[in-house]
Design a protein around this ligand. Structure first.
Ligand SMILES: O=C[C@H](O)COP(=O)(O)O
Length: 324
């Protein structure tokens, strides 16, 4: 099946041999990370038109997601229609951006929903991302997890969001973690791989740094915080640690890795905080869909309401908006 692909505007991370000396001595100080994250959120002062421009950028970076047990082809079709046209044409016109072809960064679904999403997005250039590898817990045998990746790719997914075995991190079994992620990367082939660390289940920020580094050494194209199903999802301190890890990896190897916070990001203010954090840590260059995604099922709804308020001076009820 023909599918959109993530643009390869820079060389893809090939990975490195496992190098524990890049991370074993690292100890992350939680209160320092929390202080720094709070400073970035508090110092953010983007207003009016500038804020609208940032929210449009956030939309371009959303992986518009549905990962629910009651997903149906119809629901996926509606989600894809929203991905093609995330904002009402009158709002786009009022902001002077009717001609930019605004879409979300991708649509993210379960493997059996991939063909429906590929069909609904045909011709749009919007890639389909599929979770795989026994999402969300990842506790199925490795051959089945690899076969699931192959299935999703075969159905047309251009991006695969894998989950890691948390046990390997909690036991410090870096070789096992590296080996499974490297095999997953091989199974992805040309599809880009986002490695979900499920940071809410890794115990410490030091583990978050170490797991991030192993995932990148094993060839991850993106590192992603959460599945949206853990008790603690994306947080700013966790994201800060992951951004530092990918900055360190880039300094050592020259490769650029993408970052995807996901889970619990629901408000325009959340989107602004994460954009500000990425900008502060990595610069404006990183605020583009091939290096930054926000995984979210309901964030678009609030961004749409805020932009409507920006244009009209009024808020509409959430129920007036199509599925976001
Ligand atoms: O990968 C994306 C997440 O599953 C979305 O989580 P959310 O439903 O909390 O936005």
């Amino acid at each position: 099946m023909k599918a959109a692909v993530m643009s390869d505007s820079f060389p893809r991370n090939p990975g490195t041999p496992l190098a524990p000396d890049w991370f074993e001595d690292v100890q992350v100080n939680r209160s320092a990370a929390e202080r720094r994250a709070a400073t970035v959120a508090a110092s953010r002062s983007v207003k009016k038109d500038h804020q609208a421009a940032w929210l449009l950028r956030a939309i371009q970076c959303i992986d518009l997601t549905t990962l629910a047990g009651d997903d149906t082809p119809g629901k996926v079709h509606r989600l894809c229609a929203k991905a093609r046209q995330p904002l009402r044409p009158d709002l786009l016109a009022a902001m002077g951006v009717a001609d930019i072809g605004l879409t979300t960064g991708a649509v993210c679904v379960y493997p059996t929903m991939v063909p429906h999403a590929v069909r609904a997005l045909e011709g749009s250039g919007i890639p389909v991302a599929s979770v795989a590898t026994g999402f969300p817990a990842g506790l199925t045998p490795l051959p089945l997890r690899l076969a699931e990746i192959a299935y999703a790719v075969e159905q047309g997914a251009a991006e695969i969001d894998i989950v890691i075995t948390r046990e390997h991190v909690l036991l410090g079994n870096w070789a096992a973690l590296y080996d499974e992620i490297a095999q997953m990367r091989a199974a992805c082939g040309a599809a880009h791989m986002k490695a979900i660390l499920a940071t809410g289940e890794l115990g410490t920020l030091t583990n978050v740094y170490r797991a991030s580094m192993v995932a990148m050494q094993a060839g991850a194209d993106f590192i992603k915080t959460s599945t949206g199903k853990e008790p603690e999802n994306a947080t700013l301190p966790v994201s800060l640690v992951m951004l530092r890890a990918l900055r360190d990896y880039g300094a050592r190897t020259g490769y650029r890795i993408g970052f995807k916070p996901a889970g619990g990001l629901r408000t325009a203010k959340d989107a602004m905080n994460w954009l500000a954090l990425v900008k502060e840590e990595l610069g404006n260059d990183w605020l583009r869909p091939d290096l930054f995604r926000i995984g979210a099922s309901s964030l678009l709804l609030d961004i749409e309401r805020q932009l409507e308020h920006h244009v009209t001076g009024r808020y509409s009820a959430a129920s007036h908006h199509a599925l976001s």
